[in-house]
Design a binder for this molecule. Structure first.
Ligand code: SF4
Ligand code: SF4
Length: 301
């Protein structure tokens, strides 16, 4: 992707080329998309190999696992379990606290971009969706992203009232994670249904409007140390808005805030919205280098 010389972005170039960025001099390097895909595939390869050939490195699934003997429990899974059974075993507490501390450091919804296997499928679906929109075969349909908080509460209430983890029956993340670790199941059909909905109806719908796992990590992310930082090199081209499926968090890149910033002498600002997945797509496409990752606690390290 040649953002400096050709103004290429995730939307106007081939899917393959988005795995690389080019410097102003034309030297190719791995984009954040490439780095994310390598990490997601590596994590799930470890899940697979730990079960298939018993290497015992990362055992279990994304709902609950052991990494080199340390318990890791997904926060939303634990919340559902606690409400369904009125009981939280000590291992679950330890595993959940470990995960919360980890995501407080690296950014809550980094889970969505850097860990979740459905995220990769959804990115492919997004490319198909954008192509269909561009060819005017389908329309772009957007809803209020805050509907995700209703789903978040609804699945907790159903766990409490039924005693079952109802969400887990439709959780595409859990279904994929179990499929990779232990083999396929009929649940995969549901994953394809959700993907088809995203391709033909609404871009990244599961991640944007439904997934309570992402919503939970977003809540943690409000206080997290790793952030995307904006600087005043920005020419307000809005390309970052175009490629971000949670672009409500990029409001600060709009020109209308410049006057306020000038008055206060602000030249840098953090993107603080809970919905940022720290995917780095905005950084990958910004031809003014106005966006970068920044670790807020670096002065303490
Ligand atoms: S941050 Fe970069 S991509 Fe976003 S509006 Fe500014 S110049 Fe454009
Ligand atoms: S603001 Fe940037 S890093 Fe955050 S979700 Fe949007 S594209 Fe990804």
């Amino acid at each position: 992707m040649d953002k400096y010389n050709k103004r290429e972005t995730i939307k106007n170039t081939t899917f393959w080329s988005t795995f690389f960025d080019k410097t102003k001099e034309g030297k190719r390097f791995f984009s954040y998309r490439m780095k994310r895909w390598i990490l997601v595939i590596s994590i799930h390869l470890l899940f697979f190999l730990s079960f298939a050939i018993d290497i015992q490195t990362l055992e279990g699934t994304l709902n609950g696992s052991r990494f080199l003997g340390f318990h890791l429990i997904d926060v939303y899974t634990n919340m559902q379990l606690a409400l369904a059974t009125y009981h939280i075993p000590i291992n679950m507490v330890i595993g959940t606290v470990t995960i919360i501390v980890f995501y407080l450091l690296v950014g809550g919804r980094s889970y969505c971009s850097w860990v979740c296997p459905y995220g990769l499928l959804s990115e492919i679906g997004e490319k198909w969706h954008n192509t269909l929109v561009k060819k005017k075969i389908i329309k772009e349909r957007k809803f209020d992203h805050r509907v995700r908080y209703i789903f978040w509460a609804l699945f907790l209430i159903t766990a409490f009232s039924s005693g079952y983890l109802v969400f887990e029956t439709i959780n595409v993340v859990g279904i994929l994670s179990r499929t990779i670790a232990y083999g396929w199941s009929l649940g995969l059909v549901w994953v394809l249904v959700v993907l088809a909905f995203e391709v033909f109806y609404s871009r990244r719908a599961w991640c944007t409007y439904i997934c309570p796992i992402g919503t939970t990590y977003g809540m943690i992310g409000k206080a997290s140390a790793l952030r995307v930082e904006w600087n005043d090199n920005c020419d307000h081209c809005m390309v970052c808005h175009d490629v971000c499926f949670e672009n409500q968090v990029l409001e600060i890149t709009k020109a209308k805030y410049d006057k306020q910033r000038e008055e206060k002498g602000i030249t840098k600002e953090y993107i603080t919205g809970a919905d940022c997945t720290l995917c780095g797509r905005c950084i990958d496409v910004c031809h003014e280098d106005a966006l970068s990752f920044d670790f807020r606690l670096k002065s303490l390290v």
